[in-house]
Design a binder for this molecule. Structure first.
Ligand SMILES: Cc1cc2nc3c(=O)[nH]c(=O)nc-3n(C[C@H](O)[C@H](O)[C@H](O)COP(=O)(O)OP(=O)(O)OC[C@H]3O[C@@H](n4cnc5c(N)ncnc54)[C@H](O)[C@@H]3O)c2cc1C
Length: 436
């Protein structure tokens, strides 16, 4: 019996439970990856980010004969089923809102053709459905950590049938790609080996340092197994493991509160009067707010398609609480640019940063001046991404309100805006101070 294995965001052979499960049951497997124009378009992924996916597929193709297709997934599957008649289709489970819908439509095509559809748990350390429902991260973590199962998904050797289906070389000319050097799937293993988990706690908040793992694209596309990453961090950094759990917390929230894809987790925050002023939105999206730490972040995001977590938080707080712009606009902006974009994680974090999400703290405020002073004390990060400001003394760059910079005009005065913002959130002026 021939099985079809549909790769999605698990682009590896090593420790892949879904593929392992298929390989235990079938000697012949047709491995397939589909470049679906609907997904590419919805993520605006053409160019650099698609290039990364192609590199990941090429990497996998060196190990097995991986068939590829360009087209709507359900149409591609119909064509493949008609001609090559697999008995089963295996794929990894999906818990993202769009992923669930996609898997449903794959299952429907399978039913049409009498192909048995098998969805296997993968891409998480703990099945987010198995953790008892929690609305707050810390109690979730306590339940989550008890359930981590590091059992490896060993893939057995299987035969790939010789078929006249295209491979990545034939598909590549159909894709709009641009060269991209900042991240490369070939570097995931090396990065995992060389990253200093022991130092993570001390370095992770400083965007000018190479102090976080930068494994998010490797995780997003399943180039590395989460179990392997977990084992590397185990005993070296509990903080790092907690970050892996944050990713799964957002899936837990999405599963238990599916409405949060579009609406705020906190009911009381569903009617914030966002100003959404065009000129503020434009200044933010173009990195022309006049706040160097914010504009440097936008520059990093646009040029590298990745952004340091501390700066993601500063940006998200600035857009929502200083400019009073709807978090959905920021979510959409990150979706267009982040290589590691993950719908569930991005929505969860944007809601958290906007103080409308799963967070017991009533209001978080990241003052861009204090944040810059504290986390970029020598302005290395600012000057790297805004080289035009290289000659300006650092204390001036930290505080663009007190110092006129040879640079964009301030879009707003932070201190004037936060009071407005607190009112929009239903808080009194002195209720909440700055956060770190
Ligand atoms: C507004 C906002 C939007 C975000 N959008 C995304 C997104 O679309 N995709 C994404 O993967 N991460 C997102 N994050 C989380 C986090 O910023 C990135 O995962 C992290 O910066 C990736 O860099 P790293 O691999 O060096 O992280 P490390 O600090 O090395 O952490 C290791 C891994 O833990 C996970 N992780 C770390 N922090 C978080 C977090 N806050 N939430 C969930 N998982 C986390 C990631 O998988 C990360 O690769 C967002 C954060 C914010 C504040």
């Amino acid at each position: 019996m021939r099985a079809l294995y549909l790769f999605k965001r698990d682009l590896r052979l090593e420790d892949n439970r879904a593929l392992a499960y298929a390989s235990e049951r079938h000697r012949e497997i047709l491995p397939l990856f589909v470049f679906d124009p609907e997904i590419i378009e919805s993520l605006k992924a053409e160019g650099e980010r698609l290039y990364y996916v192609v590199r990941a597929v090429e990497r996998l193709s060196k190990r097995i004969k991986l068939y590829c297709a360009y087209g709507k997934t359900h149409e591609v599957l119909r064509d493949v089923f008609r001609v090559y008649k697999p008995s089963h289709l295996y794929t990894a489970v999906s818990y993202s809102w769009d992923g669930v819908e996609r898997n449903k439509s794959i299952k429907k095509v399978c039913e049409e053709f009498g192909v048995e559809y098998v969805e296997v748990f993968e891409n998480f350390l703990v099945d987010p459905r198995e953790v008892p429902q929690r609305k707050v991260y810390t109690p979730f973590y306590k339940e989550w950590i008890k359930r981590v199962d590091l059992g490896e998904g060993k893939v057995k050797e299987f035969q790939v049938p010789e078929l006249s289906l295209p491979q990545i070389e034939q598909i590549k000319p159909m894709l709009k790609l641009s060269d991209y050097r900042h991240f490369d799937p070939d570097q995931c293993e090396k990065r995992l080996e060389s990253f200093s988990f022991e130092s993570y706690e001390d370095t992770r908040n400083y965007p000018a340092m190479d102090g976080t793992s930068k494994l998010s694209p490797c995780i997003r596309f399943g180039i590395l197994s989460l179990r392997k990453i977990f084992k590397k961090a185990q005993g070296k950094s509990e903080q790092f493991i907690k970050e892996l759990a944050w990713r799964e917390f957002w899936y837990h929230i999405a599963l238990n509160f599916p409405e949060t894809k579009n609406v705020e987790f906190q009911e009381k925050r569903r009617n914030i009067a966002w100003e959404n002023r065009e000129e503020y939105i434009e200044a933010f999206l173009e990195g022309k707010t006049g706040y160097p730490i914010v504009d440097a972040g936008i520059r990093q995001l646009k040029t590298e398609k990745w952004l340091h977590n501390r700066v993601r938080m500063i940006l998200a707080s600035f857009l929502t609480k200083v400019l009073l712009v709807d978090w959905r606009i920021g979510e959409e902006f990150f979706k267009e640019h982040l290589l590691d974009y993950d719908q569930v994680v991005n929505v969860g974090n944007w809601q958290w940063s906007a103080s409308v999400g799963a967070d017991p703290k009533p209001f978080r405020l990241f003052n861009p001046i204090l944040q810059a002073q504290r986390y970029d004390p020598e302005c290395k990060y600012i000057k790297k991404y805004l080289p035009g400001l290289a000659q300006v003394p650092c204390h001036m760059l930290h505080n663009p309100i007190s110092h006129a910079l040879p640079y964009h005009k301030l879009v707003v005065n932070y201190y004037e805006r936060v009071n407005l913002s607190k009112r929009a959130y239903g808080l009194t002026q002195n209720q909440i101070g700055d956060d770190f």
